[in-house]
Write a protein that binds this ligand. Sequence first.
Ligand SMILES: [Zn+2]
Length: 526
Amino acid sequence: MLKVKLNSQAPEAIETAALVTWAFQGPPAPPNTAGGGEDAERMGDESPALPPEELRLESGLAALDHRSGGRLAELSAAGELTGKAGEALLLHQPPGFKAKRLLLLGAGKPEKFSLHDIRNLTGTAARYLKGRGVSEFTFWFRPLQAGMSAGDAAEAAVEGAALANFDPDRYQTDKKNRKAIESLQLAGLVSDAEQGIRRGLIIAEAQNLTRELVNEPGNRLTPRIFAERAAEAARQAGLSVDILDENRMRELKMGALLSVAQGSAEPPRMVVLTYTPPGWSEASKPVLGFVGKGITFDSGGISIKPGEGMEKMKYDMAGGAAMVGALRAVAELKPGVKVIGVVPLSENLPGSKAQKPGDVQIAMSGKSIEVINTDAEGRLVLADALAYARQLGATHLIDAATLTGAIVVALGGVHAGAFANNQPFLDAFQASARAAGEKFWPMPLDDDYHDNITSDIADIRNTGKGRGGGAINAAMFLKEFVGDTPWIHLDIAGTAWLEEGRPWMAKGPTGICVRTLVHFAEHFGG
Ligand SMILES: [Zn+2]
């Protein structure tokens, strides 16, 4: 685990392998002189316009430039240091500093600078430096933007570095490429940043646990193994754990979940993790239900998928893994709300007992489902998991699932889709998403879409009619199983896996939802 501490020394006095800070883009804002003639004056010929790309040598950076004998101004004039987002400039043995290296990262326009940028900057620094064999660095915060607290900034910085440390290389036997940032110092922050450091480590480690699970191949993370690993992580954190096997599922009449599992020799499981806050009583409300799809491998079943890219279908438990990560962080941060995590786990394979298109299944809620396409299995396992979460006492539900290719068509890899039957609940969730730096786009869920999932022989069918609105049809299906419980469905099929690495994050599993869910549990009052 990453070691983090605060350092109160002046930046030039810090002995470190690399001193890292940011540089903004663009000229300094014009002085706000009195009178209304300023604009006209600036447009006139005599205004000494700065080159548009010139580095802002403001606040601490100007002092840094001075200390380095004008080196930064030189680099700026040469166009090597512009402050553009994504830029990285490494100086060895910077004059006037005890640090071995100075790494300046472009941060774009200062008006847009946010906590999310801090997270990405430390992440970029961590990946940049560990790739060069550096295992320790100091991130120097210059004065923060108005409204940014030292605690939040520290939390974001620690998250960024810890998330950047993750690489999906567990099964590579050549260990010499396995490098990591082992320790991080934060300089320029006041001491109340300690709490932010603790939170950042808890949340990033939870998100990395999720990514570790998502990265596991199907043969090494069957429903039973997932359940064991989730139980182990949960017990360490002090959560109560219940694992349902196929016999208990039969007793509970979870016909939708069992119909998916019947095509595989591997039995299904359902993991239930419960966080109960101190002083909780049966009358305490609300109770959050976090439900995540856990298909440990999805071949599509009898409606089998094309071979190309099928290996990625090991990621079809990313929603479930997010709930495990979120619950573990919740257990450590101890918010005042009870949270129940429910993860239905199954493989979806075309074995000789596999369900067939046209089969009718009876869900735990009693609703009958005509299975049109066996590859629309996520909604089947979620139907019973949502019903079970309600039975366990959840008053508010959030599910996350790599549910549809249609959401990838609609939103690409940037936003996940968010569907809800309750606008204030979604608004509260979106506020947490913004704070956590994750993106969810609101999608429609009107009754007008219901015609798409009606069946001639059962209550509903598991896919829509025609090609349009696939992500919405899936959400409409889930809506049948939540009754009037406030509920949000997150379709993360396009955002759970990064196809191309980013400067601050390895390609592969992202661990989306963990940060937002944790923030939400900490702030939701019902
Ligand atoms: Zn599927």
